[in-house]
Design a protein around this ligand. Structure first.
Ligand code: NAD
Ligand code: UGA
Length: 463
């Protein structure tokens, strides 16, 4: 039996350790966090995050071999293996502001480990970190005066929110990187052994430390690049009467391209894709590779363009003024099946419409609480409404911003009747039946599709 501790009880720490505990009943796992409210929620019936399947796993293991605690120091002292999954957001101050990763939480954690350790430990990087972070961590951990040796292993997490439990149970691969030294190999083998309890060996990849760290940033950059690529094509489709869904299907049938991550949208959101590309851009600049940095930066710029373009399209369709108009935004989460609103394109659209003085109503089945917190002072200007029918009643326009499947199944005839005419619908996720909505009477604008409008507005907008 190993004593495993995970520092950071967030979107990664909670679900990953729950699945690990379920598959390793012989190990004892404690998830610790300095956020008392979060730990209290993990111990309660109302978990701090909404994630399909999570409640069931937690119910099965909590209080058995999975514990949640705020006693960080005590559990560090008792641990053999420490996974660190604290947040590594974009740095917002000083050198590298707006690009580099803010590593203060990681470094504090490393120092806390050194302070409290009385035995050697394996420290596992679960957080997403810039390549060569392990080197700094090894310096901090191994400059102790207790004669203790620490091995640093990289084990980046590839789960996506909304499918976290499935991704953890049956991962495409588990990546583990360590130094090719006897002690590094031993540490690596210990982590492989944990995953081998439920992941087939051929799906557990081992590399050197730097390849592992860099693979995580690269995977997110490639995923985001595909979305920006199809979104760039969606803009061209709207000008040429091509249909982006048909184009995505046609190219995705090529086995070299593949069909996944080709859904055009209002933009990608979430706490990681943008943050990790910006970090990659910073690293390239740091290592004197400005052309490479510029190449990847365009993926983020295209995403910003897509969000802004969506709002411009709304404005120009609605006679270039939305001031005082009620607009129902369906979706606040950055993607379906999560309550997470971090970097959500829905909130970017919401803020842009508030700047235009629209009367915004926000509806989402699970994310309204987080949306209210993320909007900060601007939340006071927004109406939060769980019921999408109530949100749409009296609205001039609806915009679908999260691909919750229930939004595709609403009674749009009843909704149309309850709206101000002419009624507009903007599908930022291409999940609705556009022809049917047009037949009901809506003016329909979807990403990457020719508009289905009963008239064209010729009111000039800002040039
Ligand atoms: P999160 O903000 O939800 O959780 C991080 C937690 O760490 C917080 O609860 C915070 O209180 C805690 N923490 C910070 N400093 C601490 C300290 N010194 N001691 C104890 N606890 C501390 O973040 P997250 O979404 O879980 O992401 C964590 C890391 O995993 C990031 O590096 C992220 O890039 C990466 N990642 C995230 C996802 C995802 O889906 N969210 C997926 C893969 C990788
Ligand atoms: C992403 C990666 O998919 C995970 O592998 C990674 O572990 C994680 O980031 C991380 O490092 O945090 P996540 O952000 O949870 O996961 O969700 P995704 O499914 O990648 O979606 C990201 C955004 O892209 C969402 O806003 C989603 O709606 C959008 N998206 C996705 C599209 O617009 N089109 C697509 O085809 C796919």
């Amino acid at each position: 039996m190993a004593n495993i501790v995970c520092i950071g009880a967030g979107y990664v720490g909670g679900p990953t350790m729950a699945v690990m505990a379920q598959n390793c009943p012989h190990h004892r796992i404690v998830v610790v966090d300095i956020n008392e409210a979060r730990i209290a929620a993990w111990r309660s019936e109302h978990l701090p995050i909404y994630e399909p399947g999570l409640d069931e796993v937690i119910r099965a293991v909590r209080g058995e071999n999975l514990l949640f605690s705020t006693e960080v120091d005590r559990h560090i002292a008792e641990a053999d293996i420490i996974f660190v999954s604290v947040n590594t957001p974009t740095k917002m101050f000083g050198q590298g502001a707006g690009r580099a990763a803010d590593l203060q939480h990681w470094e504090k954690t490393a120092r806390q480990i050194v302070r409290n350790a009385t035995t050697p430990k394996i420290v596992v990087e679960k957080s997403t970190l810039p390549v060569r972070t392990a080197e700094a961590m090894e310096h901090i951990l191994n400059s102790n005066d207790k004669g203790l040796h620490f091995d640093v292993v990289s084990n980046p997490e590839f789960l996506a929110e909304g499918t976290a439990i499935r991704d953890m149970q049956t991962p495409d691969r588990v990546l583990i990187g360590a130094h090719h030294t006897p002690s590094g190999r031993k540490a690596l083998e210990a982590i492989v052994e944990i995953y081998a309890n439920w992941v087939p060996r051929e799906r557990i990849i081992t590399t050197n430390l730097w390849s592992s760290e860099l693979s995580k940033l690269t995977a997110n950059a490639f995923l985001a690049q595909r979305i920006s690529s199809i979104n760039a094509i969606s803009a061209l489709c709207e000008q040429t009467e091509a249909d982006v869904t048909e184009v995505a299907h046609a190219i995705g049938m090529d086995s070299r391209i593949g069909p996944k991550f080709l859904r055009a949208s209002v933009g990608f959101g979430g706490s990681c894709l943008q943050k990790d590309i910006l970090n990659l851009v910073y690293l390239c600049e740091y290592y004197g590779l400005p052309e490479v940095a510029h190449y990847w930066e365009q993926v983020v710029r295209m995403n910003e363009y897509q969000e802004a373009r969506f709002v411009s399209n709304m404005m120009s369709a609605m006679f270039n003024t939305v001031a005082g108009k009620r607009i129902a935004l369906l979706g606040a989460a950055f993607k379906a099946h999560t309550s997470d609103t971090r970097e959500s394109p829905a909130l970017a659209v919401c803020r842009a419409l508030l700047d235009e003085r629209a009367a915004v109503v926000l509806s989402d089945p699970h994310a309204l609480e987080n949306a209210r917190a993320d909007l900060g002072d601007q939340a006071a200007q927004v109406i939060f409404e769980l019921d999408p029918y109530a949100a749409a009643g009296g609205a001039y326009a609806i915009a679908v911003l999260t691909e919750w499947p229930q939004f595709a199944d609403l009674d749009y005839e009843a909704i149309f009747k309850s709206m101000v005419k002419p009624a507009f619908i903007f599908d930022g996720r291409d999940i609705l039946d556009h022809q049917r909505l047009f037949d009901i009477g809506f003016n329909v604008y979807a990403i990457g599709k020719p508009p289905l409008a009963h008239f064209t507005s010729s009111v000039p907008g800002p040039s």
